[in-house]
Ligand binder design. Structure first.
Ligand code: DGP
Length: 113
């Protein structure tokens, strides 16, 4: 998608602080971190969000969670982290390319705001 900021990061048209990449996913530091570790786990394939995923995306969705766990391990936060996806404007989604926020390095509150 030519106007998608995350597609531009994936295509290296916009710089990012990459922490992981493979054939299906990349992970980079969020530019407005909400925790000492705040990494975005993003599929290379453009899909608008979780609700836009179909049956054919099951393996990809599982893969993204496996990537998140690996990134958490590498970041030293495996003992406590939160993995979040915002789906839709009312939930706080601002970039319409599926992504998971991996947050850690501080205590978390529940329920989230
Ligand atoms: P969300 O609001 O759930 O759609 O999360 C989008 C996140 O993406 C938000 O925390 C800020 C981050 N973000 C937006 N644009 C950029 C960018 O150009 N670079 C980086 N590293 N992060 C970005």
């Amino acid at each position: 998608m030519s106007d998608c900021i995350f597609c531009k990061i994936i295509a290296r048209q916009i710089p990012s602080q990459l922490v992981y990449e493979d054939e299906h996913a990349i992970a980079f530091k969020d530019m407005t971190p909400q925790a000492p570790t705040h990494v975005l786990i993003v599929p290379r394939k453009h899909v608008a969000g979780l609700s836009a995923c179909g049956d054919g995306d099951q393996a990809l969705l599982g893969h993204l969670q496996r990537v998140a766990a690996a990134v958490a391990e590498k970041a030293g936060i495996a003992s406590g982290y939160r993995l979040v996806t915002n789906n839709g404007r009312s939930a706080g989604q601002s970039v319409d390319h599926l992504h998971y926020h991996l947050l850690g390095g501080r205590s978390m509150q529940w329920p989230p705001g």
